[in-house]
Design a protein around this ligand. Structure first.
Ligand code: BMA
Length: 340
């Protein structure tokens, strides 16, 4: 039982490992990481930055598969235990709203979020440069591509798992079309997943926390808790050898999620293991989705590691919320009063 409540479903079958006695910090890695290794299926060299949800008696997910020609696309995968995955060998066959085939030129960093009875996939697509792509499914057989929600450039779209005040809510990070050496998180609303507005600033990269000083971006879909929306995100610093991506955590206001209630001063996971430090892009931890059990407060975080592997990490809602509150930092941007 936990003190902080997760408002969500029971998930007794989610992957889980207890915190080891020697763990440092509020989040600990799965001992058998990485859960997805290189060359996971024919024609795909690497899977990383991927998202999963519970489905039937197991789990289903959308996977960023980097093909052997270097172009990323989204593949569907299934698992009984959330750890061992099998994949469709063909890319997800999107159709447009008329039912005609639609294949994006490339697709990466997919999120998968259930809102009411529909699963939405948000990814980075080509729209005269990097922009958010959007599709929906109810059965994981037919995937209907919807209009791109935003103008270019934007690469990090994270949907809330329920409507807020009657509207869908989407976190994103406006960017450039390249490797973006800047970036804050914003929120936008839509009554119908077509027209977006009510844009608000949520949070700024951390001026005084060097690990997130360059840019930040939404990670996994926010988890609704009795303390507010718990968000795992990525924070990036620039070094003389390139970017380093760590995982941060914050809690957004329950009713007005453009207001940051608490934001951890410290990263909660940073590249330390061989599969995070070494790979196609070294030193990347990129959280993309979570599974949680409302009964026990357990949380499993799926993250891309070094643009080469998928890692799994665990925490509990009590542990992470307690940590974020105890290490809360005020960046002066919480709430953004008057700046809209
Ligand atoms: C970002 C995206 C991510 C990637 C990260 C590190 O801009 O391209 O997919 O994990 O860079 O390379």
């Amino acid at each position: 039982m936990s003190n902080v409540k997760i408002f969500g479903e029971s998930m007794a079958n989610m992957p889980w490992q207890e915190k080891p006695a020697d763990a440092i910090g509020p989040v600990w890695r799965y001992s058998e990481n990485p859960i997805i290794d290189r060359n996971p299926l024919p024609g795909v060299a690497r899977i990383f930055n991927s998202a999963v949800v519970p489905w039937e008696d197991g789990f289903i997910g959308v996977f960023r598969g980097e093909q052997i020609n270097g172009v990323p696309h989204i593949y569907l995968g299934r698992s009984k235990d959330g750890i061992h995955w099998t994949y469709d060998t063909e890319k997800i066959p999107f159709v447009n709203e008329k039912g005609e085939p639609f294949m994006p030129r490339y697709a990466y960093d997919p999120r998968l979020v259930k809102v009411e009875d529909t699963y939405y996939i948000i990814w980075c697509t080509d729209f005269y440069g990097a922009a958010l792509g959007l599709a929906k499914t109810t059965d994981f057989k037919t995937f209907i591509r919807l209009d791109n929600p935003f103008l270019p450039f934007n690469r990090n779209g994270v949907l809330f798992p329920r409507k807020l005040n009657g509207n869908f809510a989407l976190l994103s990070r406006p960017s450039d079309s390249g490797h973006t050496p800047f970036g804050d998180v914003f929120i936008s609303e839509s009554p119908d997943m077509v027209y977006w507005g009510k844009h608000r600033h949520v949070m700024t990269r951390g001026y005084n926390q060097w690990w997130q000083s360059l840019k930040i971006g939404g990670g996994a879909a926010p988890i609704e808790t009795s303390e507010g929306w718990l968000l795992f995100y990525h924070g990036v610093t620039g070094t003389c050898n390139g970017y380093v991506y760590s995982m941060g955590a914050c809690i957004l206001d329950k009713d007005e999620p453009s207001k940051v209630k608490y934001r951890s001063e410290n990263f909660i996971l940073t590249p330390e293991t061989w599969y995070e430090e070494r790979g196609f892009v070294a030193n990347v931890i990129f959280p993309v989705s979570t599974l949680c059990d409302a009964d026990t407060g357990r949380i499993a975080i799926y993250y891309g590691a070094a643009d080469s592997y998928v890692g799994l990490a665990f925490t509990t809602v009590d542990e992470i919320v307690g940590y974020v509150k105890a290490n809360h930092v005020d960046n002066g941007d919480d709430g953004q009063i008057g700046i809209m």
